[in-house]
Design a protein around this ligand. Structure first.
Ligand code: 3HC
Ligand code: NAI
Length: 709
């Protein structure tokens, strides 16, 4: 018998212990252990009841996701073990705590009775990994909670609270248990009572699915919805079919369908991408040079400088989790405007039912406005979000260095400026780092954390942890122009600009890029962000000598700003707008043609295919990503993928640009970069391959093999 699963006999009760830290995932070792223990139980006539119990912080949190990509992986051994467990004639009680998820809930549903500690969460989150519950979750859950609730839980992947599970019939009792031992005692008492009362097995698979109150077209509608809203994802349509089978077919036929459709999902590239992101998110919190057990600095109060577009949203993140914020502005009018927008945002969320009616007042009460920088003197963390201007930011950093209390962390939200220069200006470079939020800062999940040359390990550790507290995905970047995301965005926007001058319309560019699954192509994205903002970034970089010696470089965006076409906010940018609807604007064609003539760019819209648009915008972006890895600006390809998924709307089912590059083939990408270098010339290095790309191809490596030995 393995150490992962053991059987302890306490009087007439057998306790099946699972102990596979940290989350008791169902690795092949655990499954083998379960097989052995169930066989032992089958042969032990002394036992009158069984309690299934897991050690540590949670009951089983699911199948071991890291094993799903192994050749020959199959859920069959686990499913057969569940069937044997369910077939036992003595009552089997599952004692649930923590996060009872996926295969963990499927194990619980194969047991005859379930008791849960208050605070337990129960769910089938497989859909978030591009798969469906493959251990009879689609068959047993509808038998316990009905078709409607089961489909809702499986399609959303959202866990439910123990109390709701009790009301729905998913668990039989919710108990207050001070700790896991107390829970086990409660489960033992429950099992003993069942024995005393002569209660035997109660098998979920033998129940009928009730279709009461379910409209005849329920499944057709659900399928149509999955087809239209989730077409790119492998699991939702198949989930509907499985739950329909649970409601209409005998258990074994539903089981066969689930097995077949689970396998189709598991082997899909989309599920591979989503599983990659699951592990990438966890890996991104492990920072070289920062010990896992580093003691974080306490963050009880936060200061924010600037209540503009970013400052207000940044402050909301902290108020949302109960951390008080002092917001400093330069004038009462700016402060009132900024706080007014925050209040409106909260009230809009309350009106949509996303917040309780009294939440806006409660959260606003955590925000204190001030006009003097000295007001942040008692803050543990201060984030400046003032105008993107180096002289101003240097001055603000210097003043923060003087005002902040010893040990306070000082951060800049700059998108482009040199964090090391700002850190030195503060006089406290060890306490300084970049916290690059994305707009809208209260919504976008990405937080790029910019590590300065002298940022202290505990400062980094504190901010990575804090990021998770405020529900952000943290990714650490080194110092370079644009950090990870905006640096990679630059060649993408450069090529979009050239394509416009070559005569390709904004609509065609956007359509080609959107065919990859991005919600917006580059033209619509810039129209939304503001072409004035985008052009100013180019102009500032030019002033700082950071642009290639190429007068045609991003000349369309600069021209748009000159013409006052700032995008959606002025009703015209790359498109003209009726409300929020983008429409073709012949004036843009004229401007682009004029610029093409000025810069000697050949008009060739008829020759340009959608594939060329994708290759020219996306492959240089990937190439820049490789350079970022080569220079150590990003620690891992997965970090880059997280930046693009959570900051730029890259489709998660493609796993991010680096994961997608593996799927396309690195040799193919390199060949196309070389092709465009030949076709278009490479005087400015636009198409020069990253050296690491060439090395990886020579050595037959993929990004999935990272870190290279
Ligand atoms: N498989 C493998 N490893 C897992 C895992 C799983 N199901 N769940 C968590 N882990 C690992 C994480 O990778 C992490 O490893 P690391 O320390 O090396 O980085 C460690 O366990 C701790 O995880 P978290 O950092 O996420 O810990 P939290 O306490 O923040 O969250 C959790 C715990 C809520 C359980 C979260 O880990 C989670 O949501 N896990 C995934 C749950 C899930 O999707 N279950 C379904 C799996 S698919 C399935 O069951 C298929 C079946 O139907 C056949
Ligand atoms: P904004 O112009 O909307 O707001 C800046 C605010 O700072 C103004 O309200 C201004 O009054 C205030 N301010 C100026 N000097 C100040 C001082 N000394 N003390 C206190 N407040 C002062 O600018 P936005 O867009 O919010 O940008 C702020 C920072 O965030 C910039 O560094 C920008 O690069 C960065 N950023 C912006 C993003 C965006 O999409 N807008 C995205 C990510 C980062």
């Amino acid at each position: 018998m393995s150490d992962l699963v053991t059987l302890e006999v306490r009087g007439a009760i057998g306790v099946l212990h699972i102990d596979n830290p940290p989350v008791n995932a169902l690795s092949s070792g655990v499954v083998q252990g379960l097989q052995c223990v169930v066989a032992a139980i089958e042969g032990d006539t002394r036992l009158k009841a069984i309690v299934v119990h897991a050690h540590g912080r949670t009951f089983v949190a699911g199948g071991d996701i890291s094993e799903f990509s192994r050749p020959g992986f199959t859920a069959r051994p686990f499913n057969e073990t569940l069937a044997r467990l369910e077939r036992l004639s003595i009552p089997v009680v599952a004692a649930l705590h923590g996060t009872t998820l996926g295969g963990g809930l499927e194990l619980a549903m194969a047991c005859h009775y379930r008791i849960a500690a208050a605070g337990t969460k129960l769910g089938l989150p497989e859909v978030l990994l591009g798969i469906l519950p493959g251990s009879l979750g689609t068959q047993r859950l509808p038998r316990l909670v009905g078709v409607r609730m089961a489909l809702d839980m499986i399609l959303s992947g959202k866990p439910i609270a123990a109390q709701k599970a009790l009301e729905a019939g998913l668990v039989d009792a919710v108990v207050e248990a001070a700790d896991n031992d107390a829970l086990l005692n409660e489960a033992m008492a429950y099992a003993n009572r069942l024995v005393e009362q002569g209660q035997g097995a109660r098998r979920t698979s033998e129940r009928q699915v009730s279709l009461e109150g379910v409209e005849p077209d329920f499944f057709d509608k659900a399928l149509a919805e999955a087809k239209t809203r989730k077409a790119a994802y492998p699991a939702p349509q198949r989930i509907v079919r499985c739950v329909q089978a649970a409601a209409t077919l005998p258990f074994d036929q539903g089981e066969a369908l689930e097995a077949q459709l689970f396998e189709a999902c598991r082997t899909s590239p989309e599920s591979g991408a989503l599983r990659h992101l699951f592990f990438a998110e966890r890996a991104a919190t492990k920072i070289p040079g920062v010990p896992a057990d580093v003691a974080p600095r306490p963050i009880r109060k936060v200061g924010v400088l600037g209540a503009g577009t970013m400052g207000g949203g940044i402050a909301m993140n902290f108020a949302n989790v109960g951390i008080p914020v002092t917001i400093v502005e330069t004038s009462q009018a700016a402060l009132d405007r900024g706080l007014g927008i925050v209040r409106k945002n909260y009230e809009a969320s309350a009106a949509k039912g996303k917040l309780r009616p009294d939440d806006p007042d409660k959260r606003m009460a955590l925000l204190t406005g001030a006009l003097d920088i000295a007001a942040v003197a008692d803050c543990d963390l201060v984030i400046e979000a003032v105008f993107e201007n180096m002289d101003l930011k240097m001055d603000v950093a210097r003043r923060l260095g003087q005002v902040c209390k010893p040990g306070a962390i000082i951060a800049s939200n700059t998108s482009t400026l040199d964090i090391d220069m700002l850190a030195e200006a503060s006089g406290r470079p060890a306490d300084f780092l970049g916290m690059h939020f994305f707009s809208p800062a209260n919504v976008m999940r990405l937080l790029e954390i910019v590590r300065g040359a002298k940022t202290a390990p505990d400062v980094l550790g504190t901010i990575v942890k804090l990021a998770r507290t405020i529900a952000k995905v943290p990714v650490v970047s080194g110092v370079c122009y644009g950090f990870i995301g905006n640096r990679m965005l630059e060649p993408y926007l450069r090529e979009a600009d050239f394509l416009l001058m070559e005569g390709v319309t904004p609509e065609r560019i956007d359509r080609a890029i959107q065919s990859l699954g991005l919600p917006m192509g580059p033209c619509r994205m810039l129209d939304l962000a503001g072409l004035d903002v985008a052009a100013k970034v180019v102009i500032e970089r030019d002033k700082a000598g950071g642009l290639p010696d190429d007068p045609s470089y991003r000349s369309v965006v600069r021209k748009m700003m000159d013409l006052g076409r700032f995008g959606q906010k002025t009703g015209a940018g790359y498109y003209r707008y009726e409300g929020r609807t983008p429409l073709h604007d012949p004036e843009v064609d004229r401007v682009c043609a004029e610029l093409a003539q000025q810069h000697g760019i050949r008009r060739r819209a008829d020759e340009v295919t959608d594939q060329e648009i994708i290759e020219r915008c996306v492959y240089p972006l990937i190439n820049e990503g490789v350079k970022i890895l080569e220079e150590g600006i990003a620690y891992r390809p997965g970090d880059i993928d997280l930046v693009w998924i959570n900051g730029y709307g890259f489709p998660d089912f493609r796993g991010g640009p680096m994961h997608m590059a593996d799927a396309i083939g690195l040799a193919h990408i390199a060949e196309r970069l070389d092709h465009y270098a030949r076709e278009r010339g490479d005087a400015h290095g636009y198409w020069t391959r990253a050296a690491l790309l060439t090395d990886m191809i020579a050595q037959g490596r993929k990004f999935a093999d990272w870190p290279f030995k």
